[in-house]
Design a protein around this ligand. Structure first.
Ligand code: HAM
Length: 412
């Protein structure tokens, strides 16, 4: 019998697994430098959490959720994103009263029933951060800086950072009312998707790819014209700090994001190397979210990156360099000497690969090549007699005879 994975889901091993680990380790390194601690929340949550937080009318909630009734007759959903659960955890812990300023990062699987394509899966993984309790353009810019630093550390270049502001909660509300009126007047000319969105999720009409929609939108009211003084100042200050942090960015007034909880700052980092699914990392400010969920007012901002999309952009060579392998060649006659050496290397936390049933020198050398080893240690009879090891560096071709202590020093 043979079972396939479900459509849009995949197994991860070898090089892809190494990339996943590298992404997570890099995230931990960079995010903890900015004082973010790890948080873990359940993969399964009450369906109503996502309906309320992400918005009933968004594509994610209305079309893409994996929702089912559990044995206790409750409607539950595999999380389509991480922010709702993290904010729920913050509120459940009462942190808004005891310790409102929290900086958290997380990673794990997310589920969206979308049409799979390159960079788009039904089970995918995100690594993200959320910062609760602070509303200032300084932290918004700092977060974008942290995102850029993370991507740079992964060796991913040629990225475009797009930023926009949706205006504060009041401005956004006034604009949506005006936009709805305009879309109503032009309703007949809109695409079917935009017709559906025009009343329930009108901001999403702005990033429609449909040509006719685009023509209609040319005369639509402009989001930024509805900004009040505070919204304008917030956005100007954001740009000031982005420059202070030396971030290369472009303003994209059409950037509105697909989830309902955003206001003020929104941003996306895009790569031209990913085809249609070009957004690698995305996020924004969500000052209304705690109010929607629990009637308390706590500002928040965060982002998430798709780990599979990051993997597609990471250079394979970088991963090989990070995982320098060491292969040990030995023979039946030197087996005991090999096991003693193995014990010593492992005591020093050095990981080596070897054959359990060693064949000839040539066969073992081939294996070392196959795994792309950086060093090969050779334990022949001569080496055993002299209590030494031959070490061959595959990168520069050099070979030396050293004591075990010298080998450990060299490798480390
Ligand atoms: P999002 O834009 O829905 O935002 O997703 C963030 C990232 O997850 C995307 O830019 C993409 O890299 C990845 N992603 C989304 N869907 C898929 C998919 N089907 N397959 C592969 N990768 C995917 C959020 O999820 C927000 N929670 C981000 C956030 C955090 N905003 C504030 N805090």
């Amino acid at each position: 019998m043979k079972f396939d994975t479900l459509k849009g889901m995949k197994d991860t091993y070898f090089d892809d697994m190494a990339k996943y680990e590298y992404i997570i380790n890099t995230a931990k390194e960079i995010f903890s430098k900015y004082s973010y601690d790890r948080v873990m929340t359940p993969i399964l949550e009450e369906t109503s959490l996502f309906k309320r937080a992400v918005g009933d009318e968004t594509d994610v909630v209305s079309k893409e959720m994996y929702t089912f009734i559990d044995k206790g007759d409750r409607s539950v959903t595999l999380r389509p994103e991480g922010t709702a659960g993290v904010v729920r955890a913050y509120l459940n812990a009462g942190l808004h009263k005891s310790n409102p300023n929290v900086k958290w990062y997380y990673y794990g699987p997310m589920y969206r029933y979308e049409a799979p394509q390159k960079g788009r899966y039904r089970e995918f993984h995100q690594v993200g951060i959320e910062s609760l309790g602070i509303r200032t353009p300084l932290i918004d810019a700092e977060i974008i800086k942290m995102a850029c630093e993370f991507l740079e550390k992964l060796g991913i270049n040629d990225l475009v950072v797009e930023v926009n502001s949706l205006g504060n909660i009041d401005s956004r509300f006034r604009y949506i009312e005006e936009l709805k009126k305009y879309l109503k007047v032009n309703f007949d000319g809109l695409s079917n998707d935009s017709k559906i969105r025009s009343d329930k999720n009108p901001l999403r009409v702005l990033d429609s790819k449909d040509e006719n929609d685009q023509k209609i939108l040319l005369n639509a009211p402009m989001l930024h014209d509805f900004f009040d003084e505070e919204s304008n100042k917030y956005f100007e200050d954001l740009k000031y700090y982005l420059e202070k942090f030396e971030i290369n960015y472009v303003v994209n007034q059409k950037l509105v994001r697909g989830l309902d909880y955003y206001s003020d700052t929104v941003f996306e980092v895009k790569s031209s190397k990913l085809g249609a699914q070009s957004t690698v990392l995305a996020g924004g400010r969500y000052d209304r979210l705690t109010e929607i969920l629990a009637d308390v007012k706590i500002p928040g901002i965060g982002f998430a990156a798709g780990i599979e999309r990051l993997s597609l952009l990471i250079d394979d060579e970088l991963i090989k360099k990070e995982n320098k392998k060491i292969f040990v060649i030995y023979f039946e006659e030197t087996k005991d000497y090999f096991i003693n050496t193995l014990n010593t290397l492992r005591k020093h936390n050095i990981n080596v690969e070897f054959e359990y049933a060693p064949k000839g020198f040539g066969t073992q050398m081939k294996k070392a090549n196959k795994i792309d080893a950086k060093y090969v240690l050779i334990l022949g009879e001569d080496e055993m007699k002299n209590n030494k090891l031959s070490i061959k560096n595959f990168e520069d071709g050099s070979q030396e005879i050293l004591t075990i202590d010298e080998v450990i020093e060299r490798i480390k």
